[in-house]
Each structure stands twice: as structure tokens, then as C-alpha cells.
Write a protein that binds this ligand. Sequence first.
Ligand code: AZC
Length: 812
Amino acid sequence: MDLRQGIGLRKLGMTPDEFQQDLLSNLYYRRGTTVESASARDAYETLSQTVRDRLAERRARTAAAHYASNPRWVYYLSAEYLLGAQLEQNLLYSGTGELAAEAVKALGFSLEDVEDLDVEPGLGNGGLGRLAACLVDSMATRDIPAVGYGIRYDLGIFRQSIAEDGQTEHPDDWAFQGNPWEFPAPDDRQTVGFYGHTEPLPGSPARKRWVPGEIVLGEPSHMLVPGFGTETVNIIRLWKAHASEASFDLTSFSAGQYAEAVQEAVRAENISKVLYPDDSTELGRELRLKQQYFLVSCSLRDIIRRFRLRNEGWDTFADKTVIQLNDTHPTIAIPELMRLLVDEYELDWDAAWQITRKTFAYTCHTLLPEALETWPVRMFEKLLPRHLEIVYLINMLFLREVEARFPGDHDRLRRMSIIQEEPDRRVRMAHLAVVGTEAVNGVAELHSKLLRETVLDDFAELWPAKFQNVTNGVSPRRFMRIANPRLADLITEGLGDDGWIRDLDRLAELEPLADDASFLERWWAIKRANKVDLAAGDPDSLTDVMIKRFHEYKRQQLKLLHVITQYHRIREDPGGDWVPRTVLFAGKAAPAYHAAKDIIHLIATVGARIAADPVVSPYLKVVFPSNYNVSLAERIIPAADLSEQISLAGKEASGTGNMKLALNGAVTIGTLDGANIEIRARVGAENFFLFGMDAYQAAQTRLDGYDPRRHYDQDAELRAAVDALTSGVFGDVGHRVAGSLLGRDEYLTLADYRSYIQCQDDVEVAWRDQARWTRMSVLNTALSGFFSSDRTVADYAARIWRVSAVPVPRED
Ligand code: AZC
């Protein structure tokens, strides 16, 4: 019997009895309890295992199909994954929702009770981590053989509580009660070195032996990533740091020095202890560099192990392997692959470099200079001495290439070097990532263009063909079908079948329904029902949402100035015909980012004041649900009428919340930034509220010597709003925020204020006409099919990875 063909795997279509049997068997044999004494947690654990087993069958068939076809595999390296809750997703993807509901009912629970116990793995910060989750979903859905690699942080993104004094952070011990979705694979553990020194090796001057000073083990576990409407189940493999046995100091322990005895072990295990809750600014901590190398070293050894299983020569490695670097965090993979090939597998430098360059591709997610990672040479050298030598050699050969193309252009060499010399010596990871890869992409058209024109202009001049754009996308499963079942059902009814969930361009077929009055009525009623479920405010009010990380460039402070202006207007004319609004903010600020935390604090303060004001509160409500995460996003997005995408143009690489909201029928108010531009181009200018400067005007405003006071002096309403902040009624925090706006106003908030306010007035005019608004809403959904991550993955597959689908046969 060929074991790989099917190890007695169960048939796909299960009867309720069979499902129930499996559940009971898990309850008895794995959980060790009985029907009579099963708690909700017992029900949750056993249901999760039962559902997981259904996917594990498909996983086994997937591995067999991949092994047989020996394709080019995609390896996605990402320091972050914001996966979202797993149970509901896996019920949907395995088609076991109804079976599960019945089975847990027999144990005395409802599916909702049980789903409430499912904790989302918060292994990411924001857009970049959630994008990684959408892409692995779509890779599986598109039958692309892929493995995602990441770190299994003990503590994910902090839990946030919000009070009138702003944000407080609490540790997120997400797997405290265990994680039923994870398969530990201790046998595949890898050994990772740090520190130490290098020694010459006889024979080849390019080869060295690295003698590390510290050894840490990486233990993998994997989670299943099912495709939707297909048989493929891929995996993500997450590494957890483990101390090696030798690190326990028995001598100290015997002498009663317990802390000393485990000191080394604790240090080792700290590597995967915590996700850095830092979205864009450099913490400059050695531990972070250690995390990056830990991820890279474990993953590359695993990739090579998988390659060598197939017994092929190194000359085929790049044909069988593409490694996508999700931002610069895993960029040390480039010197690490060189080290493995040259030092350990004894390839000569040129052959190794050819392989390396053909294997890697790099996605950049930012335009903020401060978010481009650099590491002090001294720290890099201490932690990774061999890698620094390799980086130097890569740099020398690279600069020779530049010199040959642009003889005598010393300034260009200085600008392009992988090593920054002034003011201090640092390794520029983005430069390394461009030099060591075959393709570099930005994440929206404007972003890719600005990368070529500004941040990476010298590189684009040298290698124009290397630079590409792949516009981001989002999973229609999680953000439509799961998050918004009412809307999904209506769309399915409107289109005649649910094929759109895998083929989102089909939403365009809804376009004619935007003129069908009864369809519009039902659309409106669904939005209202979603607002009732969210229970954030009056479901008949305009639900105006700004949900994203807090950062000054995203300009939550601009939204707040609008709120204060609205507050003043209502107070001045209490009898006016005001459009009732619920303004909902949600999002976290990096704990050390004081200016962003001030803005949260100020929102909470202003919100409380408005709530206490009987004149204003019937028309204006500010809510700030705490702990924004994927699950909360799934509740807010279906209820949103207006989507705030108001970053300073040229700063938001793409945005993906903007896509989720548009797909759920929220109308965008936004600047010409990131993917907003592409959303507007698709849904039509008349269905999008545009305001503010574009990226070139913003850059010019800066060059011309921007003075925020000029706007303050000229605009009475703006002055009143800023004066309210400085008046003291909102406390010290009001002062601080006003000070920053009048002082530097780094992100040109005041310059865009008037245009924003006018645009918000236009929003209200449109909102008063319910038919017009609903039509805009339907068209936003209908014309946003492009923003499916299935399309994003198809783009990567065709243009960057050059891989094709490997369908997994159904079990007969
Ligand atoms: C984000 C960008 O800010 C956002 O515009 C983009 O949509 C998203 O990546 C996905 O491409 N960047 C990050 O989240 N960056 C980090 C370091 O977390």
C-alpha cells in the first residue's frame, strides 16, 4: 500500500453521526472526560480537534499532491501573522458548521458559547501582519504550494484597555489555555547560533567557520491554512525558542543558586517571548535582531531540509524555491543563505550568489524613513560576526557594479552602500534586501511609484526591471462571508450563487441592482441590523469609523478636530437640523509612542465631555471600543457607513482596512494616498469623498516652509477647535496635542483641515438622501472585487514567484 495515497482517510461527506462519533472519541480519549461532565471548554477543545482532523485529512492529501508534482514552492517569511479567530474560519472552510452545531448541542452547548472560547492568535501589529494572513489564505485558495514561516510569540500584541486617561497595555497570554489549532513538531527542531567568532577554513578564502558563543533551539509547530472551496491545506510553521539542555547549570543549582542555574535558559527562551508592539519606529534592541535571525535561521534550515528530501542538485534550488521577505524583518536570510551555501555546503561564492539572488523577493510596506530598518554595525558584528563579513563582501561586489555603471560618482556609492557611514555605521536592511533579491515590490500603485522616485530611486535607476507593484488585497472569506453573513447572503441571492466568494470580480454583476429600489431597501436594512448588533450607537445615525493603528501620519487628530468642530456647531445652534453621527475610533498605539497615546487619551476625554453634554449628545457620540483586533474588526466593518482614510498623502503605503470597509459597503472619505487612489478609480469619483493635498502637493508644501499657524490664523472654526484644546477644558493632554499641531504639525493636519471639513459637509448632504447613499454603498461593494487577496496572490504568482497551481485531487 502506498501510504501517501491515503492512510485510511475518512470520506469527505460525513454524516452527523460520524461527526458526533469523532467528537465523542476526542472527548473520551484525548480530553479524558465524559458527556456528563463536559464543560464549555471541553466542548470547545474537542470540537476544535474534530474540525482540525477534517482539515488534517486534506493536509495529508495536499502534501502527497505537492510531493508528486515537485513544484516551485513559495516560502513566505514574516515576523508577524494576525490570523484572527480560527474556529469559525475552519468550520466554514471544512464545511462542518452545521454538523458542529448539532454535535455541541448534544453536549448541552450552543455553537456561539463554544466560539466565544476561541482566542485569536495576536501574532502581529497591524496591516503587515494581517496582510500575511490574507495572503496565506489566498495561496491555499489558489492551490499554490506554500509554507508561511513565523515566530510563535508567547505574548502577542498587548491587550488594550481604554479609560478616560487613555490606553493601558496588558500582556496578551493568548495561548495560556493552550491552542488546539497547533501541531507541535519537536522532531524538526533546529539549532541556531549567536555571537562567537569566525575562523578561516583551509582551501577557499571565501569560506569561514563560525564558532557561535550561544546556541538556542528552535522548536516548530504548525497551524493548518485551508483553502476555501478547494482541497488544498497549506501550513504556517511557527518557531518557539528553547534553551538547549546544556544551558541548565546543574552545578549552580546544586549549590542552591537557582536563579543563576536557569539564567542562560531564560535568556534563550526570551527570544520568542514577546512580539514587539512597535509598528514603525526602530526600537534598536538587540533582542529584536535576535528574533529576526532566529526566524530566518530556523526557516532556512527547514526549507533546505525540505529541498534535500528530493535529492536534487543545488543548481535546481532557485527553480524549486522562492522566498518572499515580508518587509525587511527577515532580510538577514540573504547573508544566511550565502553562509549556508558557501560555508556549510561548500559552493563557490558566485554560484551561491546566483542562487540567492534568484531565490528571494522583497516586499516593502512603508515610505516612512524611520521605518526603514538599520542596525548598528557594532551590534550586528557582535551578534552575527560571520554575517557581517558576508554583508561586507556582498556590498563590496555590489559597489563595484555601481562604480562600473557610474564611474567616479562617489556620492552615489555613499548613498547606495549597504553600510551607512554617517553619522554612525549601520547596516541598511532595505538596501541589502534590494541587492539580494530578484524582485522588489510596493503594495499599491502610488507606493511603488514613490519607492522608485524617492526612497529607492538610485536602485530603480540601476535595475528598473526589478521594481514592481502588487496592490494589496483582503480575504473575502473572513471580511465578507464570515464577518457579514447577512450581506453575503444577499449578494449570493442577487448573483444567483456563491461563486463570488472565490471570484470576487463577480461582485460587478451587482451593479444593475444599485438601481433596484427593493434591493436598496434590503441593503440598507442589513447595514442597520449590523449596527444594532454592534451596539455602538443609534443604528439610525451615520456610523463614521476610523479603525487602524494610531500614528500621527494616519491623522486621527484630524478626525478629532472635525469632532470638536461639529461639537461647537451644535452648541451654537442647538435647534439646528443636525445629522446624527456615531464616531467610532478603534486601534492601538505603540506603548512608547507618547504622541499617539496622547491622541487616544484626548479622544477619550473629548468623547466623555460630549456624552455629558445634553445639547450635543443627541447628535454626536464618540465611542472607543478597546482592544482592536481581528475579531473586533469583523464586528465593526459590517456596521460602518463612512470609512475614514485620511492619512497625509504619500505616507500610507496602501491600507487594507480601506478595502475591507469598501467591500462591506462603507463609503470612503479619504486623501489621494495608498490604495485609496485605486479604490476611487474603481468605485468612481462620485462614490468617494475626496479631500486634501496629493502626495506631490504635500511634499511641495513642506519644501516651501510649512507654517501651521497661517492656517490657524486664517480659519475661525479651526482656531476655535485648537483653542478649545489649549483652553484647559480637555486637560494637559489637550495642551500637548495643540502644541504639536501649532508647533511642527509634521503631517500637515491644519493644511488639510478646511478641505476635510467641507468634504464632511458633503457627506452629510449625501447621507440625508437615503436612496442616493445606499446606491453609493452598493456600488462600493460591487466595484471593489479587485481588492480580493486572491487577485493579489495571482499577481505575485504570475509576475514575481512564477509558480502555478497544483490542484489537490478530491478523495473519491
Ligand atoms: C503596513 C502599511 O502601513 C499599510 O499601509 C499597508 O497596507 C500594510 O503594511 C500592508 O502592506 N505596514 C506595516 O504594518 N508595517 C509594520 C512594520 O508593521
